[in-house]
Design a protein around this ligand. Sequence first.
Ligand SMILES: Cc1cc2nc3c(=O)[nH]c(=O)nc-3n(C[C@H](O)[C@H](O)[C@H](O)COP(=O)(O)OP(=O)(O)OC[C@H]3O[C@@H](n4cnc5c(N)ncnc54)[C@H](O)[C@@H]3O)c2cc1C
Length: 368
Amino acid sequence: MDQFDFCIIGAGVIGLAIGRRLAHTGASVLLLERNHHYGTETSSRNSEVIHAGIYYPTGSLKARLCVAGREALYDYCQRNGISHRRLGKLIVAGSDQTGELEALQAKAEANGVSDLQWMDQRQLRALEPQVAAQQALLSPSTGIISAHELMDTLAGEFEAHGGLLSLSTGFEGSEPRGEGFAVRVSSGGEPYEFHCRGLINSAGLHATRVARRMRGLAPEAVPELHYCKGHYFALQGRAPFSHLIYPMPEANTAGLGIHATLDLGGSVRFGPDTLYLDALDYRMDDGRRDSFARAIWHYYPQLDPGRLTPAYAGIRPKLAGPGEPARDFLIDQPLAGLINLFGMESPGLTASLAVADYVAAALEDRLP
Ligand SMILES: Cc1cc2nc3c(=O)[nH]c(=O)nc-3n(C[C@H](O)[C@H](O)[C@H](O)COP(=O)(O)OP(=O)(O)OC[C@H]3O[C@@H](n4cnc5c(N)ncnc54)[C@H](O)[C@@H]3O)c2cc1C
């Protein structure tokens, strides 16, 4: 039976980052991707924002890995020529939201995000004349990135360090064997079995389905995963803003509110909203234009809804169900040598390099 040090299931941005990290240690790494190309699921259906790390509970994995991952990502982009821009973002608020804005600033500070700047209405108007709000927080370390260029670079580096990327290869099942796992896959329709010392489940929206096919795993080690869709609408014509514009986050919502992001071409898109689904469905719903317009008018009253065109949708792999409080990433080691990554929603793109370091540290005893 073929033998690898590590097998990673899922070549999204997180699986690719873990692959690159482990391949750098000299380990033999097999990265499985069931689609014909890497990164075609959640990693290419998101806002492409490099988050600062403002919102997450202090001490949570989301907060720690976002702050560490953000700096690592800016550095990685610079060293590898990956398109990105540190545009900055404004969190805009009404005059009755001073307390909430202060609380957000305090939370950010506790998370290690100490560069937020308070803007009064005059300063905000000078910065973004089209935005209607009484006050705002400016986050200078928020930016945007080309997720595709990032993934291409990670994949290239992975392979250059001896990593094996196996596309059109789906994980079928595994069982503990010796010091590691026997793994069954289907590669281009052909069955193939091998042994690895460490196994990493980074299958995104399918991570619980993958985990249920691992023998030796207690059912309580596999949480329930919820699909939460987010739609995006593009704004036709000239961009009215030069920063990312976010409303104040509402308590207990599954997203950050319909916000405005810019892409690297300078176009504005709005989203994502939140809609829990029973099954994966990426179709766009033109009927959402009105609810988008109502949300956007709060901070951009000059919006002409006729300029909004349906763009695309992404689906968050959420541990929290509808109406439940937000949950942290779950990076779990239920058996020696096995890592399951569950609930890798936002800020998973920002955090990807830090998640890879975290997984490598957890598997230190299996490194060559
Ligand atoms: C609407 C939306 C907006 C977001 N915005 C941002 C943002 O602005 N900034 C940010 O930092 N994060 C953002 N995120 C989060 C970010 O996109 C994700 O955290 C990240 O892409 C997750 O990467 P992943 O590798 O875990 O998952 P994925 O990209 O989903 O990759 C998982 C891979 O596993 C493969 N797979 C599944 N089952 C198997 C199997 N049996 N065998 C082999 N392969 C398998 C899949 O085909 C897939 O390619 C957003 C997410 C959403 C949904």
